[in-house]
Write a protein that binds this ligand. Sequence first.
Ligand SMILES: [Mn+2]
Length: 357
Amino acid sequence: MEMTFRWYGSQEEKITLEEIRQIPAMKGIVGTLMDIPVGEVWPKERIKSLKEEIEAAGLTLKVIESVNVHDAIKIGLPSRDRYIANYQQTIRNLAAFGIEVICYNFMPVFDWVKSDLDYRLSDGSSTLAYIAADIPEDPEEIIKKVENSSNDFELPGWEPERLAQVKELLQAYKEVDEAKLRENFAYFLKAIIPTCEEVGIKMAVHPDDPPYSIFGLPRIVKNREDLDWICQVVDSPANGITLCTGSIAEDPANNVYEIMAEFCQRDRIPFAHVRNIKFIQEKDFYEAPHKSEYGSLDMYRILKAMYDNGFNGYIRPDHGRMIWGETGRPGYGLYDRALGAVYLNGLWEALEKENQK
Ligand SMILES: [Mn+2]
């Protein structure tokens, strides 16, 4: 297990690499090149300088989150082959600089959806929440809402240029049901996984967030059956999952502990996002502090499922609250994610020592 921290790059962040390096036992950065438009090749020189900057700060760069998949691929447009060729080239370019894992998702239009990016907890901290009644019916309203509460940070997967055409995008997805989206996903995986095998990279698909349909859009990475289908459609260790405990558990029908255990055992989880959520009622929830007692998930059980089933990939504390007066990119402050990382490392140390007896 190796602890990592998502960082958006010096142009996009007020959090410095030095601050991240000072988190005890923090080893690596989960990096990105946010300014490269979706579908374009990531240039080698940009990857090289990102890696050098991170390594100069005493951290490693082994995981990229995300290389986003162009809508033409998800919709299955004739132009998809060009975007797939670009994706293959990006995989090769990343591998040339020692990247081992690429996190991505296959969600139509919206990368993730929350109703509230500044949900106040009783201790005064601020977090992300999903309250179904507060999700507007009109998708354009949710875009405005997210833009207005993003503290002027660009949020991952919410590229303003792309979402400016949301009406056209939604129209383009009209003919894409779950079966069609699955067919397009299989087409994509069959094209890129051989490239990954050739250069030694693992793809790791992030579950849908939330893991059920919203705005009438299809969802195909939402439960155990979907993950099983993905692993089988191209049966290769290079075709893996970013198991995000928060996202998977957002559907109470999903047993996050069993899913974690099964896919760790099948060696398909090269990367894990670990966070806690607290259900308010039915499927409504907010993102809770990591420690088990604050949320609806048992974090010890999650890490034990990983440990017992041989997890040896990268892990990050996923999101954190805004605490101690910090302001920044919602979900991605320094302090609470640092606390999460230290807590997860503590649980892991206990599991290791308990099993060394
Ligand atoms: Mn996640």
